[in-house]
Write a protein that binds this ligand. Sequence first.
Ligand code: FCB
Length: 447
Amino acid sequence: MGEHVLEFPKDFFWGTATSSHQVEGGNTNNWSQWENIPGKIRNNDKSGNACGWWESMEVDLSLMKQMNHNTHRMSIEWSRIEPEEGKFNEAAIQRYKEMIRSLKDVGIEPMVTLHHFTNPIWLENKGAWTNEASIQYFKRYVTYVVEHLGDDVRLWCTINEPEVYAVEGHMLCYYPPGKFSLALYFSTTINLLSAHLAAYEVIKAKNYAAQVGIVKNYQLFDPLDENSFFDKLLAKFLDRYFNRIVIDPFVFGKFTFPLPYRKEEIARLKGKTDFFGLNYYTRWRVKATLGSPATMLANIFNITPGAQVSDITKDGNPYGEIYPEGIYRAIKIVSAINKPIYITETGLPDADDSRRPRFLLTHLRQVHKAIKEGFDVRGIYHWSLTDNFEWADGWALRFGLVAFDQNTGERKMRASGKLFCEIVKAGAITQDMVKQYAPDMLSSYFE
Ligand code: FCB
């Protein structure tokens, strides 16, 4: 390559992502209920006042500004908009309008997610996404939101990670409703895909120029033993039922593997996403073992021996392997949809920030490589701006470019935050940055 700089496109989107329940504070929804059940959240933490966004999101807004961001991904909390079935809260939608306008006033383009894991309690009581009727309820909520915010928002995400919501709620059971059932995993995922379609049609009918996308966590599964037939088969199986389940309907208008489904709606999904919101965190090396389901499960998810890992989760294992090539592979795979890609989340839990600067440098190098090869990646949203309420891991996992003390409200820029800020300002990664933040990589970084 010769040149010691990686330049990103001039109009590249740089920012961070958050979600309502993780930053707002004071929400009453399925998660606030879940947090009150002892043992569900690590250390029995509560979201509590979270990062205080409902009262003063403006504190973090000035951080974004200071860090040169030109976009931010946030979400709307359905339980605030429609706290009781069919009763919409005008003050809440006005508060969102105010947040969105204050982002725009300082040149930060809002990307707005309509569903990010949380449900109003009345919906939860009706079975939430296990119940097909939720699609119609969601459609009514989206119609209301779009009537009020449609003129201010150009970029919409419909559903955040339908498959994660379903797998956590019905397989791993770390998230509400925590009811183990393979059948519910499938019906929930399919209902959420249909909800995407409903939202897509509502938004496009109001404003054809709006860009509406699905957001999916691309979880890579590779065989632990590359020569093992069963490990390879298992990796393929998991890829089908966790990844392709969301991607195939958009590409082919059908599932390409056996699944009981609603053919007609799935057919209508073909092409119905204007961009692909790609969340990328890690990969699993999977191992097939014979034995009881419990034995199989205990051995299934592994990390490449010797690989660097991020912080430890509630179940005692690392959150994941740090695997930069994975983001490039994921971009390549999802480009089958043939739509622009936004990296709507990427990041890692790293409380002492010892690995995050390097994570940024190595992952962004892979994104740059993809762009250079012609993949249409439009922007990147780091997860997250500050540490926030990390679902079942409560306050224990720290994902922020900025450290946040949930007891005092104090915010402190991490070294990774400074680096991200420099990258955004330059629109590039320079030799000086690598020299300063990961000197040992300098000789190979620009090769
Ligand atoms: C994603 C979620 C996001 C955050 C990150 C760490 O799966 O969308 O809310 O929890 O993981």
